[in-house]
Design a protein around this ligand. Structure first.
Ligand SMILES: Cc1cc2nc3c(=O)[nH]c(=O)nc-3n(C[C@H](O)[C@H](O)[C@H](O)COP(=O)(O)OP(=O)(O)OC[C@H]3O[C@@H](n4cnc5c(N)ncnc54)[C@H](O)[C@@H]3O)c2cc1C
Length: 410
């Protein structure tokens, strides 16, 4: 049985660590925060997750919230301007529901499970010296630090990273007094061209069900006004103002005034979408292996990062279990990451196509979804699996053939 060390007790690290323990491996996990600190801290994500990723959690018996959290089984996308003039709208049904569990609930519970299974949870902010120490005492060291600084030890891969700057200014908020859309609970994506996006869905937070939304402002655009915001109350006020000014149709859902679910229910930031080389060499020559956001981070606009983390954990778990007594060498690490990349590259394209002015073939597909329930259904299910809409979503010629086969003029 292997001795594995994992740095970072988040979506990927805990998923992988629990899977390894269940298979009889020995796992040490380093976290720079205790479960109590995570539970008492600020929100970290909107973490909308879909069936494939949730299925991998269910395989390990760690989707503890399916029966007690809001579920949503539709996706809708609306393109509209400040006045609410609608340029496009489609809604499609998902084959299986999505859900969003506040990571302040999920990660502490998973840390408990990790320890129940005999895992060694160490509270420490890992640095290079820590990685050296871990590599001396373990067969494999995995860095699952998400957006943490230590992930920078993995070299950026420019061939897989088209951006060198953040493409959006992000503002995340968990609220009450924001009514659900009428009809099926849905993930609602609203695009105001040249301004940014507003994405909302129901979730489960510390005090129960809530609505979670992310405002994605185009840098330098009219929603990029967060510079002076410091307090949660200011954050909420700016969010409500932007919602009313730029997404008036969604603003109709506000019941009086928005209320924060708690005083840590806001987050602001910006992310440069980046894919890195998955293997790093420490000064001693030892190798460490990166997973999930540490080596492939996307803007959250398409809500894929937690899903990616679960899928990456599943690929790495299967590869470790299949390795037997053979060493976890560089070739194995690269092969394992490439297995993940064969999926993740679609997510990167799917997300980056949403961040940039859309290519004509993408617009034609989205427009076609408006009047064609089957295309809307395929698009709604693409949140679960962006690869499922390849090749036609990603390639102009394939898009033309796809639309022709659905009797839609490209
Ligand atoms: C605003 C916003 C909205 C989002 N919405 C969605 C969404 O709707 N759907 C979706 O799928 N994804 C979403 N994401 C992305 C998603 O949350 C992440 O992609 C996912 O959590 C990544 O998992 P991970 O395991 O790689 O990292 P994380 O879950 O971030 O875990 C990393 C852990 O490592 C710890 N750590 C870091 N450095 C060290 C160190 N040196 N030593 C010890 N521990 C360390 C961190 O404290 C953290 O606990 C969103 C993100 C943001 C910012």
């Amino acid at each position: 049985m292997a001795k594995v060390a994992i740095v970072g007790a988040g979506q990927a690290g805990l998923h992988l660590g629990i899977g390894l323990l269940m298979a009889g491996h020995q796992v040490t996990m380093l976290s720079n925060r205790t479960g109590e600190q995570i539970a008492a801290g600020t929100v970290t994500s909107s973490q909308s997750m879909y069936d494939m990723a949730l299925g991998f959690e269910r395989e390990l018996g760690i989707d503890y919230w399916q029966d007690c959290s809001p579920q949503y089984s539709a996706a809708q996308m609306r393109l509209a301007d400040d006045a609410g003039n609608i340029g496009m709208f489609w809604q499609g049904l998902m084959d299986q529901p999505g859900q969003s569990i506040d990571q302040r609930i999920k990660m502490p519970r998973w840390m408990e499970r990790f320890e129940e299974l005999g895992g060694d949870l160490v509270i420490e902010d890992a640095d290079i010296a820590t990685l050296e120490r871990l590599s001396a005492g373990h067969d494999l060291v995995i860095v699952a630090s998400g957006k943490g600084e230590i992930g920078k030890l993995f070299e950026r891969n420019p061939a897989r990273s088209p951006f060198t700057q953040p493409q959006r200014v992000l503002a995340l908020t968990y609220v009450h007094r924001f009514n659900p859309r009428p009809g099926r609970p849905a993930i609602c994506i609203n695009i105001n061209p040249g301004v940014g996006e507003f994405v909302s869905f129901p979730g489960l937070t510390l005090d129960g069900p809530c609505e979670i939304f992310t405002i994605e402002a185009i840098p330098g655009g009219p929603m990029d006004i967060w510079g002076d915001v410091t307090t949660p109350a200011e954050h909420l006020a700016v969010s409500e103002k932007l919602l009313r000014e730029h997404f008036p149709i969604e603003a109709e859902r506000i019941d009086g005034h928005l209320e924060l679910t708690d005083d840590k229910a806001v987050l602001r930031g910006r992310i440069t979408p980046t894919t890195r080389h998955p293997v790093a060499t420490l000064p001693s020559g030892a190798l460490v292996f990166g997973i999930a956001d540490a080596v492939c981070v996307n803007d959250p606009i398409t809500g894929q990062g937690s899903n990616n983390a679960a899928k990456c954990a599943k690929v790495y778990l299967d590869a470790i279990l299949a390795r037997g007594d053979a060493p976890f060498d560089a070739a194995w690490m690269h092969d394992t990451f490439e297995t993940y990349w064969d999926y993740a590259r679609y997510v990167v394209d799917y997300t980056n196509m949403t961040l940039t002015p859309p290519p004509p073939h993408m617009l034609a597909i989205l427009k076609a979804a408006e009047g064609n329930a089957e295309i809307a259904h395929l698009m709604a299910n693409s949140f679960n699996d962006p690869k499922s809409i390849s090749p036609w979503y990603y390639d102009p010629a394939e898009a033309e053939a796809f639309l022709a086969s659905h009797a839609v003029a490209a």
